[in-house]
Design a protein around this ligand. Structure first.
Ligand code: DOR
Length: 444
């Protein structure tokens, strides 16, 4: 029987659930309709010989800054950066201005994304003392990927630091909760260390290993009796990885490409405040500990913590300089470079960047190249040698901590629900990202 398709991807090496196979992929009505040697007709056909066709990469931690912080980034520029970097979907963080803590704020973000977002998307609701009683309802709204909890203060005003409120937040609702785990009391106690003209290299001294370990320990202690699943964002220490490994029934784990790639003191000497983020980039021994946790399977997801700030803001003296760096556009090339260097397999890359995100948040029809799933693909050239430059960065701030880095492996095309939105470093067509749908709230 000869079928007809809207699109056929021809001749690539396709990452299927049974492994890498040389195959065509047929797409109909935005979904994968067939995988194999396809003889049917297609409205559009793309030759991908020599390239790898991966499930669409999903970045579950990006700050796109709209509303209120549009001078740093907005939903159009941030999602353009995502598409150019081979990312097909993003989960966006609530530390905007005002913070995303209400149904109206979520609806506003969804309306702003319509016709402007280049990739599929969902938004976190921020946990705050004022909305604790509402969280159970808010986390189930369409377009919401769950609740985000800041246990330590970072960019913006979102913070839940006292134990009774933390326990209340964890008891309200049932979806997996994303958590920034740094201990606020210790951060305040140690702030004096960086006041009065300290160097950015002091950032990991102020926000030290104990600051992270204390918060993660407390989180697990409170989440356990609540039976609450938590996703610990940007884990930076081997000590936390050991703890988290003991709680894999309720805890999933994210690491970022920057914590796997950069290390102090070198990065602070070279990049100054551009290497400043929360939690901080630590030393080489901790970077190695994160890689061990990747190897051991403790890490579920790689998220970029894309957190753009302008050069003028980063030029302020530390610690007035804001924390955060761009990342959504460089996630794929940086991690493919690690694949090329033999630090992780392509299979593990897929596990961490598409299967993992889809699994931990229960994303409907995402994260897998299989018939019936959305036709989302990150097409990559595993051998391409390219240089990451600030000029390539589509974010408003126009910089990346990886400027000048030579990498092996590059995203060649981004395909979302059968639409080719990026090819050879150019955006194509119009922004047509959709809200993500989640297994736990499909009726919503
Ligand atoms: O470095 C960071 N920047 N860490 C965060 O937790 C927030 C982020 C931001 O929004 O700038």
């Amino acid at each position: 029987m000869s079928e007809s398709f809207d699109l056929i991807l021809r001749g690539g090496r396709v990452a299927t659930p049974s492994g890498m196979v040389e195959a065509d992929v047929g797409v109909r009505h935005g979904r994968i309709a067939a995988i194999g040697h396809l003889t049917g007709a297609a409205a559009e056909s793309i030759e991908l010989a020599g390239l790898a066709v991966l499930p669409g990469v999903i970045d579950t931690q990006v700050h796109l800054r709209e509303p209120g912080l549009e001078h740093k980034e907005d939903l159009a520029t941030g999602t353009a950066a995502a598409a150019l970097g081979g990312v097909t979907a993003v989960c966006e963080m609530p530390n905007t201005k005002p913070s995303t803590t209400t149904a109206a704020a979520l609806a506003d973000k969804l309306a702003r994304a319509k016709g402007r977002a280049w990739v599929d998307h969902a938004f976190f609701i921020g946990a705050a003392a004022e909305n604790v009683g509402e969280l159970r309802r808010l986390e189930r709204l369409p377009g919401c990927c769950g609740v985000k909890l800041f246990m330590g203060s970072s960019t913006g005003s979102l913070l839940v630091a006292d134990e009774p409120t933390l326990a209340a937040v964890l008891s309200q609702g049932s979806r997996r909760m994303a958590v920034h785990a740094e201990d606020e009391a210790r951060l305040q106690e140690r702030k004096g260390l960086v006041e009065g003209g300290a160097s950015p290299a002091m950032h990991p001294e102020w926000r030290d290993v104990a600051t992270a370990v204390m918060a993660t320990t407390r989180l697990l202690r409170l989440a356990r009796p609540a039976g609450r699943r938590v996703h610990v964002l940007h884990v930076t220490t081997g000590e936390e990885m050991a703890l988290l490994a003991e709680h894999k029934d309720i805890a999933s784990v994210e690491v970022t490409p920057q914590h796997l790639t950069l290390a102090g003191p070198e990065c602070y000497e070279r990049l100054g405040t551009y290497a400043q983020m929360n939690p901080p980039i630590r030393d080489e021994a901790q970077r190695q500990a994160l890689w061990r946790a990747v190897e051991q399977g403790v890490v579920d997801v790689i998220g970029s913590d894309h957190a753009p700030h302008g050069r003028d803001e980063k030029a302020k003296p530390y610690p007035q300089s804001p924390s955060g760096m761009t990342g959504v556009q460089t996630l794929v090339p940086i991690m493919l470079d690690h694949v090329a260097a033999g630090r992780l397999s392509l299979e593990r890359f897929i596990d961490l960047t598409s299967a993992g995100p889809a699994r931990i948040y229960g994303m409907a029809r995402k994260g897998r190249i299989a018939v019936g799933y959305d036709a989302d693909f990150t097409v990559v050239d595993l051998k391409a040698q390219r240089r990451i430059t600030n000029l390539w960065i589509a974010s408003k701030c126009g910089w990346t901590p990886f400027d000048g880095m030579k990498v092996t492996g590059w995203p060649i095309a981004t395909i979302i629900r059968g639409h080719v939105v990026m090819r050879e470093d150019s955006l194509l067509g119009e922004p047509a990202g959709h809200p993500l749908r989640f297994l736990e709230t499909l009726a919503g």
